[in-house]
Ligand binder design. Structure first.
Ligand code: NAD
Length: 215
């Protein structure tokens, strides 16, 4: 299979969201035109993204919503629960621990770690904060796959090294620093400041409304 562009993977997540809403609304079948219209991409793009993974739907008849949704969940690896930990239980880590989407089947928050003795032992929702010293053991025992990394930038690289060595496979890095990781560890960055900077690029080029001068 050719390497799948990251943008395609991002759009698959959007298509899945749209299909889930369609299913909840009782819609049985859809088309690349419909999917593209809701996802704000062209029908051609929808077909191209799906074609990486085989043939879905039938020419003329479109896609069965439930089938395509099931296939996308399989492609995205959502057919089994994933165990998630939070590393860094400061303001952001605590907010994530409270985030309600962890009630869903796919992602289960199973551990939280910190190095601060005043935070270790505290309980947030269903989890108790544990010292980083037990990382290896807990990752192994609770089969932790994914991590929210919410430590200060200065601690992020060493945390990534420790997480990779412990066997974690995916890291969502909130720290504002580019980290390196071994090949078997996938790191995705979440950066609100970078999002604002992308916005200012676009927003700055909107021409100002001309000022009308009364003659
Ligand atoms: P915070 O200072 O409140 O919390 C950081 C926590 O990490 C502390 O509890 C600290 O004891 C712990 N920590 C330090 N080193 C550690 C290590 N090696 N292992 C485990 N825990 C460790 O900071 P915050 O406001 O929660 O922000 C956390 C991170 O997220 C920072 O890097 C911040 O810049 C970043 N952030 C990102 C976004 C975003 O959009 N991605 C938004 C806000 C904050």
């Amino acid at each position: 299979m050719p390497p799948i562009p990251a943008a395609t993977v991002g759009r698959l997540v959007t298509y899945l969201r749209v299909l889930t809403e369609m299913e909840q609304d009782g819609v049985r079948s859809t088309s690349s035109d419909d999917l593209g219209a809701v996802a704000h991409v062209s029908a051609f793009q929808v077909r191209k993204d799906l074609a990486y993974f085989g043939r879905f739907g039938t020419r003329g008849a479109g896609y069965t919503v439930s089938t395509l949704r099931r296939e996308l969940r399989r492609i995205l690896g959502l057919t089994r629960p994933w165990h998630v930990a939070i590393v860094g239980m400061g303001r952001l880590g605590q907010a994530l621990a409270d985030y309600p989407s962890f009630d869903r089947q796919e992602f289960r928050l199973v551990a939280a770690f910190d190095v601060d003795p005043t935070v270790i032992g505290r309980r947030f929702g269903s989890i108790q904060v544990e010292p980083l010293a037990v990382l290896d053991q807990v990752v192994r025992e609770r089969a932790i796959d994914l991590v929210f990394l919410t430590v200060p930038a200065s601690a992020a690289q060493s945390a990534v090294d420790a997480l990779g060595a412990a066997g974690v496979r995916g890291i969502l890095n909130f720290a504002p620093i580019v980290v390196s990781a071994p090949d078997q560890v996938r790191v995705e960055a979440v950066d609100l400041s970078a999002g604002l900077q992308r916005l200012t690029y676009y927003v700055q080029s909107v021409p100002e409304t001309p000022i009308e001068v009364a003659g």
